[in-house]
Design a protein around this ligand. Structure first.
Ligand code: PAF
Length: 294
């Protein structure tokens, strides 16, 4: 099997992709921060099915971290990521250094107001500004036809979609359903930091979201009642410290006053020093499919 080809320089991958596009091939792009797992695998698989040339970026973007210790401790293993990309049949891996992406202190940022403000945005100042800025830079470098983002980071997905609309970008954003362990825990690079005891407790976040989903499917229209029911589940595990649990509009990511159509129930919680996030799309009268790894 010939491996995924590694590029560390912007100019080199640009040249390669210009050749790819000249041949009439479509480019599918999966932006990541590495520590690749089956959740990323699902994004790569879909890109592989839908486009001719699959590019995966691996870049731990410093400007989206609000805490120095989180940036320093973020898992990094390029060799394993390259192997993973080869196994999932990606064509190109773009793994630039921080100096390559930010040769000088950046003075230009993309800010997507409103969508970025609540949920994670309220607790991680500057996070979505850093995400939107690096994703726009990566889009300019890769110039993909399609880019794939996981629904686990639903607010990130909403921010990117809004940026694409507001700035008339031509890339098509493809959302991909969250991949879960068999006990419901959403796959995340951060899960590898959980101790065995924390890992045992972690699925309670998903269980709380399932209760919220059940209430909404059964016709509960009051977000406060839904939140109280979900929070009661979390309270059974005092080791899990809830940061937020909200019922929001799925596009604007702002809390709704009444549930009268599809909403996203989104939550963030801490287990020890690890921050977990998860969300579920909930609809009155319907229980959407949830995908687990089996
Ligand atoms: O979801 C991620 O891994 C990152 O936020 C992204 C989109 C690669 C930007 O750094």
């Amino acid at each position: 099997m010939s491996g995924a080809q590694l590029f560390r320089k912007i100019e080199e991958i640009r040249e390669m992709l210009a050749r790819v596009r000249r041949m009439g091939a479509t480019v599918g792009f999966v932006p990541t921060m590495g520590a690749l797992h089956d959740g990323h695998g699902r994004l790569i698989d879909l890109a592989r099915r839908e486009t001719d040339c699959v590019v995966v970026s691996v870049f731990v973007n410093p400007i989206q971290f609000d805490r120095k210790d989180d940036l320093e401790n973020y898992p990094r293993n390029l060799d394993a990521d390259l192997k993973f990309c080869t196994e999932r049949r990606a064509d190109l891996v773009f793994a630039p250094s921080v100096e390559e992406m930010y040769p000088e202190e950046p003075k230009t940022f993309v800010e997507v107001r409103g969508v970025s403000d609540g949920l994670c945005g309220a607790f991680r100042p500057g996070h979505f500004r850093g995400v939107a800025t690096v994703v726009l830079k990566l889009f300019h470098i890769v110039e993909p036809h399609r880019a794939y983002f996981g629904e686990k980071d639903a607010q990130q997905l909403a921010v990117i979609r809004r940026m694409v609309r507001d700035l008339n970008l031509t890339v098509e954003i493809v959302p991909v359903a969250t991949v879960r362990e068999s006990d419901g825990l959403a796959l995340s690079s951060r899960n590898q930091r959980l101790s065995p005891e924390e890992r045992r407790i972690a699925p309670v976040l998903f269980q709380a979201l399932l209760v919220a989903q059940k209430y909404i499917a059964a016709g509960e229209t009051d977000p406060a009642a839904v939140k109280a029911a979900a929070q009661a589940v979390l309270e059974r595990q005092p080791a899990m410290r809830l940061e937020y649990l909200e019922v929001v509009d799925p596009d604007e990511m702002q809390p709704v006053g009444k549930i009268s159509g599809p909403v996203r129930v989104a939550a963030a919680a801490w287990l020890g020093s690890t921050r977990l996030i998860d969300n579920l799309l909930c609809e009155p009268g319907a229980v959407p499919e949830v995908r687990m790894i089996q």
